[in-house]
Design a protein around this ligand. Structure first.
Ligand code: NDP
Length: 391
């Protein structure tokens, strides 16, 4: 019995649940649990087949463990927030159940992105015979698999990679984030970091930028940022000399962000307000639109891909692999915008490949460590077709 427990009921979980529900031969039973059960019930009410729902505080390993004990899933798909990764991984270890997530662990007190604490579960998971799959969204997730696919089929050695994430969509609001505002703003306001010639180099936040002509979109300004997949790719792609991550932002978005930073609303250290400590960024999150609510009005496309340089048969080669996704088409299919869609579909595919045994392997893994072929075939089948070009 392939029973899955999906935790979280936000924009991404909404997509994953709908995509899983459409595959009853793989996902025999689905249980959806989150902090606010009503959100799970709202998603459940709009599905083609019944699923069970529950309330859980995923930051408490005991609560997650008790829920796993009651539900008896084969796999826990953690789509709540990165703050809960370690608690959910711990509960899965204790109960002997496979685990999948889409974002690496972060402590609420420090905007620091690293896999160290999750990779520490590798030995205990391997000994227990269970699998943990980390970062199975689009970036991280698909981007790592694009690189693994390029290495498997088109390169003898990969030397340089630029991961480029462009959202050219428009939601018509002055300022909103496309996924959880707190997590998103923490990511964007930290220093830039990239890997070059065997060492990490740092830049001021969003200080380095250039224009790239994105297929089906056109020229857009993209900004160098640190992103978590850089850490695992530097470890797992042998011979890599340089890797950078870029994201596009509009002038208006950056101006809003600058103002919010200048007035202190993006800070994560608590301040006293009327005698009570509040975290300014959490207060800002409460003011900003729920990313899922942007979906009905979103138009335009995303283009996320990897520009890869290296060698094949002794000759230099440049290869570009990417997906283009249309916000309005996502809404028509699953009532979501493209950022939730491009994350939620890979989480479903990763879960499917684990349940089918195609990817299942005890230990804790990043996606580039697994066979990219079945995953890339499923991207084409389940709504995220990709394209490749030799430049
Ligand atoms: P949302 O903010 O829309 O949803 C988060 C959900 O988690 C909400 O339902 C929320 O519940 C729930 N939640 C929060 N805290 C807890 C808790 N302690 N216990 C149980 N449930 C909790 O986020 P998204 O759906 O946009 O993003 C989900 C995840 O996907 C995030 O980790 C994000 O970083 C990641 N992501 C990954 C991407 C990738 O490409 N790899 C891209 C985009 C996102 P409540 O409603 O009660 O607040």
């Amino acid at each position: 019995m392939n029973r899955v427990l999906i935790i979280g009921a936000g924009g991404v979980a909404n997509v994953t649940v709908r995509k899983c529900a459409a595959l009853p031969d793989v996902f025999h039973e689905i249980v959806l649990a989150s902090r606010t059960k009503e959100k799970c019930d709202r998603i459940a009410a709009d599905l083609p087949r019944p699923i069970r729902t529950a309330a859980v505080d995923a930051s408490d390993p005991k609560q997650v463990g008790d829920l796993i004990h009651a539900v008896k899933p084969r796999l826990v798909v953690h789509l709540a927030l990165p703050y809960q990764d370690l608690a959910v991984m711990q509960a899965c270890l204790e109960k002997g159940v496979d685990y999948l997530d889409t974002a690496n662990y972060e402590s609420p007190e420090e905007a620091r992105f690293e896999y160290r604490q999750q990779w520490a579960f590798h030995e205990p998971y391997a000994e227990k015979g269970i699998m943990g799959l980390l970062g199975c969204g689009f970036d991280p997730g698909v981007t790592n698999l694009f690189i693994a696919y390029a290495l498997k089929h088109h390169f003898d050695a990969i030397e340089e990679v630029d991961i480029m994430d462009c959202n050219a969509g428009s939601h018509g609001l002055p300022f909103a984030t496309n996924f959880n505002p707190e997590i998103n703003i923490r990511e964007i306001t930290q220093k830039g970091r990239y890997w070059e010639n065997g060492q990490w180099k740092e830049t001021e936040p969003l200080a380095v930028h250039k224009t790239f002509d994105f297929p089906e979109i056109g020229p857009r300004e993209m900004y160098l940022m640190y992103h978590e997949e850089l850490e695992s790719l530097v470890r797992n792609i042998p011979g890599l000399k340089a890797i950078r991550f870029w994201m596009t932002f509009s002038e208006s978005y950056l101006t809003h962000l600058r103002v919010l930073q200048n007035v202190g609303l993006t800070r994560i250290e608590p301040v006293l307000f009327e005698g009570r400590p509040i975290v300014p960024l959490q207060f800002l999150k409460a003011l900003l639109p729920d990313p899922a609510s942007l979906a009905p009005r979103y138009t335009g496309k995303t283009n996320i891909g990897c520009l890869i340089r290296g060698r094949k048969n002794g000759q230099p080669r440049t290869y570009y692999i990417y997906n283009v996704c249309d916000h309005a088409a996502c809404y028509r299919e699953v009532k979501a915008q493209a950022i939730s869609y491009t994350t939620g579909v890979p989480a479903m595919i990763g879960s499917k490949l684990i349940l089918e045994g195609v990817w299942r392997r005890p230990g804790v893994w990043n996606t580039e460590q697994l066979d990219p072929d079945p995953f890339l075939a499923d991207l084409n089948r389940f709504g995220l077709p990709w394209q490749e070009k030799f430049l």
